[in-house]
Design a protein around this ligand. Structure first.
Ligand code: HEC
Length: 203
């Protein structure tokens, strides 16, 4: 016969097992899907974690920047959580770069570059399951149509010479250009401090 303490322990361990069964699938989930070797166009990314906006304006790049012009970059929330806690990009990370044209160069705040219309969408995923042969398991995709007026439903990975090689050579952290994203740079393994406003430090 079990005494009350033993019963309590059984109850607690059942609770712990149930808790992990409920939690693990959620935290291991990937926010992308591959179909027939192609990445389906990601959805919902404007509600992910925003990491930064590099800008390569056409007028500073002989009229045609390789990636026009603003690049709003987002990371999926579960991979952000992992980055914030461990300083690493988990297997299953997706980063999305939404391209936005320069709309105007003058505003009441001064002259500059102000965002106009959306003009494209790119993504990179880290997946040992789908891309075991890619350096770092990172694969790169574009959903922009050639005229930058609409998006494709799915995309095949570019050959590694087209994208991966430059990321391998020049990105600061595991193929990701964290040097250009203050949110990721400052947030690396920073725990709660990664979320903003927790300390008075700016750098
Ligand atoms: C010549 C170097 C170079 C090449 C080639 C290149 N990239 Fe990048 N990529 C960058 C730089 C620099 C950044 C960060 C700054 C920016 O967005 O301009 C970046 C950022 C990204 C990001 C945001 C996440 C991250 O890793 O920082 C994605 C997604 C991306 N590139 C996709 C692509 C795709 C798709 C291709 C191939 C068609 C490609 N890149 C080719 C230099 C390159």
């Amino acid at each position: 016969m079990m005494n009350n303490i033993q019963k309590l322990l059984v109850f607690i361990s059942a609770g712990v097992v149930l808790f992990f069964q409920l939690m693990v699938p959620a935290s291991a989930g990937e926010l992308y899907s591959m179909n027939d070797g192609k990445l389906e166009r990601p959805t919902g990314y404007r509600e992910w974690v925003y990491v930064g906006t590099p800008v390569t304006p056409n007028d500073m790049n002989n009229g045609k920047a390789a990636f026009p012009e603003f690049h709003n970059v987002y990371i999926d929330p579960q991979s952000w959580d992992h980055w914030k806690n461990t300083g690493e990009f988990r297997d299953g990370t997706i980063l999305v770069k939404e391209l936005v044209g320069v709309g105007t160069k003058a505003a009441v705040s001064g002259n500059g570059y102000f965002q106009g219309d959306f003009v494209g969408l790119e993504a990179t995923i880290k997946s040992s399951e789908h891309f075991p042969a890619e350096p770092g398991n990172w694969a790169y995709f574009s959903f922009s149509t050639p005229d930058h007026k609409s998006l494709t439903d799915s995309a095949s990975a570019f050959p590694k010479e087209a994208c991966n090689a430059c990321h391998l050579a020049s990105a600061a952290d595991d193929f990701v250009f964290t040097q250009h994203y203050p949110v990721l740079r400052m947030g690396k393994a920073a725990g709660a401090e990664a979320t903003g406003g927790v300390t008075s430090k700016l750098n």
